[in-house]
Design a protein around this ligand. Sequence first.
Ligand code: GLN
Length: 557
Amino acid sequence: MNSNNETFITSILDYSAPGTGVTKYIFVTGGVLSSVGKGITTASIGLLLKARGYSVTAIKIDPYINVDAGTMNPYMHGEVYVTEDGGETDLDLGHYERFLGVNLSKRNNITTGQIYLSVIERERRGDYLGQTVQVIPHITNEIKFRIREVAKLTDADIVLVEVGGTVGDIEGLPFLEAIRQMGLEEGSSNTLYIHVALVPVLTTTGEQKTKPVQHSVQELRRIGIQPDIIIARSTKPLEDEARRKIALYANLPPEAVFSNPDVEYIYEVPLILEEQGLGSFIVKRLDLKDRKPDLDYWKEFISRLKSSTKPVRIAMVGKYTKLKDSYLSIIEAIRHAAATLKLRPILNWYESTMIEKGDLSPQKPVEENDAVIVLPGFGARGTEGKIAVIREVIEKKKPFLGICFGMQLAVVAIARYLAGLREAHSTEINPKTPYPVIDLLEEQRQVDRLGGTMRLGSYPIKLIHGTLVHKLYNGKEIVYERHRHRYEVNPLYLDKLVAAGMEVSGYSLDKGRVEFIELRDHPFFVGSQPHPEFKSRPMNPAPLFIGLLEHSYRVSG
Ligand code: GLN
């Protein structure tokens, strides 16, 4: 199953895998609680090193048994982030890409599932004949191999490795053992351990409590890892007394303890850490030359974020609205575009299931906002709610962006209410519809396994001259966007849809699939089969979001 099995086998023989001494590795572990912003901290550290002229890549380790995040409910796990090469990965890869301004590979997300899958496959093939296959060395070797493979393929000066979860989790142990071994093999000047841990503040006294950090550092040391740096996550800046205590118990000088307080925008974290000297501390500890960091562009972006005051209200219509992380990249893409246009986005969330049940009027999102986004999704629940909102959007001529499922349901609404195909639907929701305007992709008909089998990753799209989308992409002939879907616009209905007012603004270069649509008789109505949010960067916002916001502000203002 893996084209790289040959190299994997070599790695097993290469038992102790001595380090090259060329690559520097920074390992980031978490303490006390998960979800305290370890991913953003890791991305921020990457940015500080990149700003010093070093090439950086970042790996996220997820100790769960799933092979990838693709089969997980966004409620459990947040958004599934899609890479250029079609990986369905953890949302932290999105943070890394946005902060570092790079494209990462699916190899940058390592899970327990991947590790065991390849080790067990090799065992079944007989590659370990005679041996007892064990966590140490076989699993830990596979982990180290995959980390080093990313280093080799990217040729990065510095590889950041974030271990998901918290120290003490049973499933994280083989990973911590592997990174401990890497410290020995690569040498201490080539490896650095950073522990990011929560320092809770007592609501009654306002006091910062360091005991949980002390315990998580003890646990880390029990495993054999002495952290070089502690980054204390807290609602407020770390007090001196707390810093001294953490340093003492962690066996570190107070200068190795950094404060990472809550901020308004996650993009401020690198600057807060830089002010405390974290960038220089790391490069010196790794025996690298310190250079003056180039952070002006980043500072300028933050000042735009903070000084943008003209409000633009956006309705976010979806099914997973209770966990905003489900749509993380879309929120960030809106922020990037808004900062560029000096607008302040106000996101109002509408649960499509409530609209479907009649508990919320489909007019609300349209009336209460300057623009409407219908979000990506899967399955039947809530779809009629989304379609009802899109019908309103069409009638009221409200600026609209439909992403993936949102685009597919826009086509359903156009078929039903403009083309007169009343029972039109996607076969994902109603396989018996007489008008299957959205249907399964041809190559999906033979697919019987759900993991990693969608149309995934970046594909070239040919844009049609004269369309709004073509204009938004600055007149480019071909653009690349990332995909994650099984269904598509059924070409058999294109004539009817076009006759009813729809326009196709982009087709896939390979098979002529519909990638973007718009409405002729509407000021801004765009549907996008790919997810433009995944390629939006602070310095390089996604054109479709720019278009939507610019237009909405012009209309409302
Ligand atoms: N469920 C739709 C499909 O599989 C849309 C997927 C999405 O929104 N990411 O095509």
